[in-house]
Write a protein that binds this ligand. Structure first.
Ligand code: ATP
Length: 247
């Protein structure tokens, strides 16, 4: 399996707080990797170090075989790393299609911008609202617009920050199908997600963070069934897992 995105010994401090305290993580091609843990565990900080919006104090980020630790976020996008945001970040005055086109235009290779925009709109079921202004859309649709924008650049690695937040059940089902399809075609996906059911359904590999460190990692079913994972994950433990162990 090719490691598409690798974190080695990532450290990031804020004042006296070690938000990420030396984390190793691999997101392989063709796999969905999930990063879970309680609030304040350091997931977002690690995610931002991978995306390039936060510079680690120590450690390295590799994209494919290339060290991108000192490469800016927008340049990582051109190298095939796309992301979505926890806080939805669309351009409200642009149409849905034009928001997606922004993603298509971020690639170094500008060929077929229109085709890539249309394929992403179709994949996410957004054709009916393509001409409408993004600002008029409900949260669930905007999450899909963000994902379509990320995909329009045809990335090799996709970072997703709580992609199911605000989605209804039909939109979540579409999201699951789309993400599985992308992994099936060889993309490396890494998601930060609070929805335990979604993680259990989607992820091949799960990393659990607590207090800035990885406290468990491995195949999703095995990791999610671990007692200590249920403990650090608190109330969000999946069905069949309680803070006292597996029921
Ligand atoms: P959540 O699930 O709530 O998003 P998280 O696991 O993503 O939490 P982080 O947001 O990475 O955790 O936060 C890890 C720690 O670093 C927390 O103690 C947080 O207060 C601190 N921290 C994160 N960003 C900053 C910042 N910009 N300035 C100061 N402290 C920060």
């Amino acid at each position: 399996m090719t490691a598409r995105l690798t974190a080695r010994g990532i450290v990031r401090r804020y004042g006296g707080i070690e938000a990420v305290g030396g984390v190793d993580l691999v997101a392989p091609a063709g796999r969905i990797t999930a990063l879970i843990g309680p609030n304040g565990a350091g997931k977002s900080t690690l995610f931002d170090c991978l995306a390039g919006t936060v510079r680690p104090d120590a450690g390295r980020v590799l994209l494919g075989g290339r060290d991108v630790t000192r490469v800016a976020a927008h340049a990582r996008v051109r190298l095939g790393l796309a992301r979505t945001f926890q806080q939805i970040a669309v351009f409200p005055t642009l149409s849905v299609a034009d928001n997606v086109r922004v993603g298509a235009e971020q690639r170094r290779d500008r060929a077929d911008v229109q085709g890539r925009t249309e394929r992403a709109l179709t994949l996410l079921g957004l054709r009916d609202v393509a001409g409408e202004s993004a600002g008029a859309q409900p949260t669930g649709v905007l999450r899909l617009v963000e994902l379509a924008r990320a995909l329009a650049g045809e990335p090799r690695v996709l970072l997703l920050d709580e992609p199911a937040a605000g989605l209804d059940s039909a939109q979540t089902a579409r999201l699951v199908a789309v993400l599985r399809g992308l992994a099936g075609r060889g993309m490396a996906l890494l998601l930060v997600e609070h929805d335990a059911g979604l993680v259990a359904e989607l992820a091949d590999t799960v990393y659990v963070m607590a207090d800035g460190r990885v406290v468990a990692a491995g195949p999703a079913a095995a990791v999610l069934a671990e007692t200590r994972v249920a403990r650090v994950w608190g109330g969000a433990a999946p069905d069949g897992v309680t803070p006292d162990g597996v029921t």
